[in-house]
Design a protein. Structure first.
Length: 131
């Protein structure tokens, strides 16, 4: 394996609910132990159903805020996010990030695995909100 540049034009567009997501790096394009996604969560429209929480059973998620303002609701609490903030979500913790601002919320999401579909679970139940 050698160093490689990945362009946004080469990224895989993911059809995920409530957001635009580009998978920039993953096992599909040669990574062995990392996935990087650029995620844009739009400003919520009136009457729009928010995304349900999800969890990554065997790995952490690291979220870096590029632009916008949002809140991540997690089992462990509520975390307000602004540009420059980084949130580390432990393996197994249910969470969902919502846009709370008036412009798109732009995030870089890092995962220490080449395929996040194995071990990611969409939830039908709410959060336990332990505090």
């Amino acid at each position: 394996m050698m160093a490689r540049v990945f362009t946004q034009a080469q990224s895989k567009q993911l059809g995920l609910p409530g957001r635009k997501a580009l998978e920039i790096v993953s096992g599909e394009n040669g990574a062995h132990a990392v996935t990087l996604r650029l995620v844009e969560i739009p400003v919520a429209l009136p009457g729009e159903s928010p995304r349900a929480p999800h969890q990554h059973n065997n790995f952490e998620e690291c979220i870096y805020v590029l632009a916008g303002h949002g809140t991540t609701l997690a089992d462990s609490g509520e975390y307000r996010l602004k540009p420059g903030d980084t949130l580390l979500v432990p393996a197994g913790e249910k969470h969902v990030t919502r846009n709370t601002g008036n412009q798109p919320l732009l995030l870089l999401c890092f995962f220490p695995v080449a395929d996040i579909t194995k071990g990611t679970e969409e939830s039908t139940a709410g959060l336990s909100t332990k505090k």
